[in-house]
Design a binder for this molecule. Structure first.
Ligand code: FPP
Ligand code: ZN
Length: 408
């Protein structure tokens, strides 16, 4: 197996042993070859001492093009429209690009059309409410952050919709008659805490149910007895953090599993053991590490760094910047894949996590490349800007929590 030779101070991640079984599949070898080619081209071209550049203008133009098409949404049957709104507006806030006032109004009105008459948001106008687009719509509206955007959310009905998705054992279903998995707990906790509709009973049993999803490997699966995966691990752990119950889980094995998902040669993260690197896990996996850092810091772990997260932040930035930027804008899963708004959002979110160490009173930037590469920080629980979280908390925090027993 060939090794990436020049990656800029990456000794900690370099393979010593060519025979490790985890990288033996043909698919894995192909990815390694193309990643290695990109890294060596980059270092040859730049004589080994230039830094990778974030193609800001290209990404902005891709995201803005997507924004213009959001207004076609009424004619489109796509079931992920609130997601598209969120991925695009979050990408823009990471790139610190203001959204024009009339666009803010258009998006808020579109999301209002996606709100179900009985509460929660569907994948498009007229669709059944579902926890995933509900999470995305609430996040997007909080990023927009205007009174008009906040007021789209019918809080008493949202609360009723959330409660209708709660199972007696603490699990959450994604929609009526739909699947039960750990995404439900995260989406519900995120929407409920941002909009201040949480009641003491709402998440009863949920932390215990999430802990049942932790596997022998240490990561979290979608449901008990299934395979640990980065997407579910983030959802499960971030939900525990929101509910203030993160100490219920085995922190050490979760930490060990998560840090070991960063790939030695690629620098990016895989979603699960023996699978391929993918740019979106730059957020789902790396985003879990600030949450773990915070808990260990509160526990007074002496060995914990006060300057960096528990992953190789430079290597992740290299993966995103050198391997995940699509030539004409937008970001991708891995070399050879097509761009999309999901990977654009989560590659940029992961890049932001890797650039900013925010550990209580200790704040450090670790920006690889020119200073113009620096993105806005993201909140590792909600994945919207920390300012948007604070502003939503102050707007909704003064409103009374709706009473679940009041008449419709
Ligand atoms: C908030 C919210 C709804 C979060 C979603 C979290 C998330 C990304 C879950 C991933 C689910 C999953 C098992 C993907 C596997 O895909 P795969 O087999 O194609 O990919 P892999 O080979 O990388 O595992
Ligand atoms: Zn992906």
């Amino acid at each position: 197996m060939a090794l990436r030779s020049q990656a800029g101070g990456r000794n900690a991640l370099r393979f010593e042993d060519d025979d490790l079984a985890t990288h033996s599949s043909l698919e894995q070898e192909k990815v390694e070859e193309s990643v290695e080619q990109l890294y060596s081209n980059f270092h040859r071209r730049s004589d080994g001492d230039a830094d990778p550049v974030l193609h800001r203008e290209k990404h902005l133009s891709y995201l803005k093009k997507g924004l213009r098409h959001l207004s076609d949404a009424y004619e489109c049957l796509d079931a992920s429209r609130p997601w598209l709104c969120y991925w695009i507006v979050h990408g823009l806030e990471l790139l610190e690009e203001p959204i024009p006032e009339e666009t803010v109004t258009d998006i808020a009105q579109f999301l209002s059309a996606c709100q179900h008459p009985n509460g929660g948001f569907g994948g498009g106008p007229g669709q059944l409410a579902h926890l995933a687009p509900t999470y995305a719509a609430v996040n997007a509206l909080c990023i927009l952050g205007t009174e008009e955007a906040y007021n789209v959310i019918d809080r008493p009905k949202l609360q009723r919709f959330l409660l209708s998705a709660k199972r007696p054992d603490g699990a959450w279903i994604m929609h009526q008659g739909g699947e039960e998995d750990v995404r439900g707990a995260y989406c519900a906790a995120s929407a409920a805490t941002l909009t201040n509709i949480i009641t003491p009973e709402m998440f009863e049993g949920t932390p215990e149910w999430i802990v049942r999803c932790q596997t022998y490997e240490g990561g979290i699966a979608g449901v008990p007895e299934m395979e640990a995966h980065g997407g579910y691990t983030f959802c499960g752990y971030a939900a525990l953090v929101m509910l203030g119950r993160e100490r219920l889980i085995d922190t050490k094995s979760l930490l060990r599993w998560t840090v070991n998902r960063q790939m030695r040669l690629e620098g990016g993260f895989q979603g699960r053991t023996n699978k391929l690197v993918d740019g979106c896990y730059s957020f789902w996996q790396a985003g879990t590490l600030p949450l773990l850092h915070r808990v260990l810091m509160m526990e007074g772990d002496e060995a914990l760094s006060k300057e960096s997260w528990m992953f190789h932040q430079g290597a992740l930035q290299e993966y995103v910047l050198i391997c995940c930027q699509f030539i004409s804008g937008g970001l991708i899963d891995k070399p050879g894949k097509a761009r999309d708004f999901y990977h654009t959002c989560y590659c940029l979110s992961g890049l932001s996590i890797a650039q900013h160490f925010i550990g209580g009173k200790y704040n450090h930037s670790h920006v690889l490349g020119p200073t113009q590469n620096e993105l806005h920080a993201t909140h590792p629980v909600y994945n919207i800007s920390p300012e948007a979280v604070v502003q939503a908390n102050s707007y909704f925090g003064v409103l009374p929590v709706p009473s679940p027993n009041s008449a419709a």
